[in-house]
Structures are given as C-alpha cells and as structure tokens.
Design a binder for this molecule. Structure first.
Ligand code: ADE
Length: 281
C-alpha cells in the first residue's frame, strides 16, 4: 500500500478513530491514511490474529505518525460493541471518529438465500453499523460530539446476486439521514460513502465468479476504483472542511451508479410481449 494523501500533515494529530474492518481492503487504506495524518486508530474486527498482524504492519511503517492498536469485536454482538467503545474511551479518553466499514456478503441469487444467510448479512451490515453508532453515542459522542462515516455500496439500481447486502446498505443510507437529524444537537455529524466497484484482493478472494472482470465492462471510466480512492473521501468527511456536511451519502463510483448496476441481466423473452400494430408506426 502506498502512503499518500492530499491533506495537510498532522491534520488529525491528537485525534482518536475507530475503524471497523480496519485491517483489510478499503478499511486498511482508511486506517493507513488516518495514521499518516497523525490520528491514533483502533482497528476492530473478529480475528485477533489478523488484527495483530495488520497493526504490526502499520506500526512498522515510519511514515505513519499515528499509532494503530486493535480490539477484537464482532459487530453482530452487542456486548462486544459495547466493550469496544468503553475500552477506547478508557484507554484514549475519547472517540473523535467512528468509521463503520465492517461488512460482509456472499454471492447468491435471491431465491437461494437461506434465512440464516440473510439474517447474517443484515446483522453485520445494518445492525452492526447501528450498534456501533448507538454505543459510540452512549460511551462518548452523545456528551462530547463526534464524526461518523458509514461505508455502504452502489446499490442504487438494485444489487443482483447481492440482494441481502443491497437491502442492508440502502437501510444504512436512510439510517445516516435519521441519525444526522436526531444527533445534530449533540454535535455529531454522520455521512456515508458509497463506493462503486473497488478492486481489493480481499474482495476478489471472496467471490466464486470473477465479477471484477464482468464489472469493468460496465464502467463509464473504463476502469475499476482502488481502495485509496475511498480513503481520501472518508478523511475529507471527518475533517473540518466538511463541518457543514451531515446526513449525506457521497457516491465514489466513477459514475457507475448513473449507468448500470454491477452485473449484466441476461437477455430473455420471459415477460409478456408487447403486441403492437406495425401499420400504425
Ligand atoms: N467483518 C465482517 N464481518 C464482521 C463482523 N461480524 N464483525 C466485525 N467485522 C466484520
């Protein structure tokens, strides 16, 4: 991962951020850029071993002036989310920023998704985000203010083979608006970022089909996005430059959402035909 940022060095010196899923993929680039700007970052996800490995890698990079530490947390478990927020307040004295980046889904046509699979994806992507926001509020931000960014997806035109995560991410877009209104008087800003098709090795290893090669054909920009193209927007939303921005979702997708959804729908003749009278044309 290259360390680069357009922001002023030490912009976030003295700040404390929690980044869920902050050790891999897009989350890792967010962690890296925050630490590059002087922010102390706590990364949180389920595997302690992966977190330790990621934190060691970040902390061995001399370009990162902020320190990266970790707390294992399954965002589906409320007691673990509560522990994450309480521990950060205890260890660092505050939570300035929360980035809800943890997410997970599996490739599956809607008719084949089990209730268990559906619930797991809703729990991680929607309920997990809600719990992190709620417990960050209760532990610190409700009394002291703070800034939250939720990472969602390009689900605006539907999300074939990912209907579970499409529904959850769409709900987070709405949650973002509601919390921006409910918590404005507490000094909390909350926004979302909706990445388009972003290539990461973690994501590629996760899907049975090469959806990245399929998706590239539908990109107005002629290319996929990179994780570093998301972290800059997240840092902007966390920064004072975005002080008047709340309740918004920023699409970072190279205009993909204006054009098509992720995958091409097969041609077919399964719906009733429209019978027109050619003589009237
Ligand atoms: N990343 C994917 N699933 C997660 C979960 N349940 N908790 C935290 N991070 C995750």
């Amino acid at each position: 991962m290259n360390v680069c940022s357009v922001f002023k060095l030490n912009l976030f010196a003295g700040k404390v951020a929690i980044v869920t899923g902050g050790g891999t993929g897009i989350g890792a680039t967010i962690t890296q850029e925050l630490a590059h700007l002087g922010c102390d970052v706590v990364i949180a996800s389920r595997s302690e071993e992966k977190l330790r490995h990621a934190a060691e890698k970040f902390n061995s990079n001399p370009k990162l002036t902020g320190k990266v530490s970790y707390i294992p947390c399954n965002v589906r478990k409320e007691d673990q989310v509560k522990n994450l927020m309480h521990t950060v307040v205890k260890q660092f004295g505050k939570i300035d920023f929360l980035v809800n980046n943890s997410g997970g889904q599996f490739f599956c046509p809607a008719e084949e998704i089990s209730k268990k699979g559906w619930n797991a994806v809703i729990d991680t992507n929607l309920t997990g985000t809600f719990l992190c926001c709620q417990h960050a509020f209760q532990s610190w931000m409700g009394e002291n203010g703070g800034t939250i960014v939720n990472i969602i997806a390009n689900m605006w035109r539907g999300f074939p083979v990912f209907c579970h995560t499409g529904a959850a991410r769409s709900a987070v877009d709405n949650l973002t608006k509601t919390l921006a209104l409910e918590w404005a008087d507490k000094g909390i800003r909350i926004n979302s970022v909706a990445p388009g098709t972003i290539y990461s090795e973690t994501a590629a290893a996760n899907y049975p089909r090469d959806i990245f090669s399929e998706a590239i054909k539908l990109q107005p920009t002629g290319r996929l996005g990179g994780p570093e193209e998301i972290s800059g927007i997240v840092c902007f939303l966390l920064s004072p430059a975005a002080a008047f921005l709340t309740g918004e979702t920023v699409k970072v997708d190279g205009a993909e959402s204006l054009y098509k959804c992720l995958l091409q729908i097969p041609m077919h003749n399964q719906l009733p035909a429209w019978k027109w009278d050619k003589s009237k044309l």
